[in-house]
Design a protein. Sequence first.
Length: 244
Amino acid sequence: MNSDIVDLRSFYASVLGRLAEQSIAAALSAIWDKLPGERLVGLGYTLPWLDRFGPDAERVFAFMPATQGAVKWPPAGPSGTALVFDEELPLVDSSVDRMLLVHSLEHAESPRETLKEIWRVLAPAGQVVIVVPNRRGIWARFEHTPFGTGRPFSRTQLSDLLREANFTPAAWSDALHFPPSLRRFVMRSHNLLERSGRRFWPIFSGVIIVAAQKRLYQGLPVAQRASRRVFVPVLTPQGAGRIA
């Protein structure tokens, strides 16, 4: 089941969603190398973190999968949002310095093909930063948050998938060590639970975060890949083709 854009916006506008966003942002900061003037693209629902890490970038785009839906971003000024298919990104080869994936890879029809497409558009020294639900974490077991949908990963599964797509994991982090409870006393003590979980039970974190470098100089078999998508012009008036 994919997360809908309406549900994602509602979650991150809630108290629990804001706490989750802060926890993930803190974990991202620990592995986020500052690259002034970089070209940054977010894939999935990455708006809360693009607002945090995007000001230092030369340009920032928010790519949102067609199965999820899209919203205009940023609210003021020209839109930086595009509705895309994650296996056919509208970018030329080696055109992006870093890609951030949140609420993306766990919903991909073929995670390996998605990563191969990301490899294509990343620059030779490019980096992909991925946030996915932890298979062992409690957040993946409750569907009242977006982390309870899609395909959760273990660290080993994610590492193997990255290596198959010619990426080298460079740094790991984790977040969401507090339970996804809506009780006020739990949310009030989330800082204490987050610090304790990071120290005592990191294996049960809600999400796994990895920064991986694009790997070069490895031979790949040449294969012709046809799109599995069928494009239907939904705004074409019915009967227009017959009249023409």
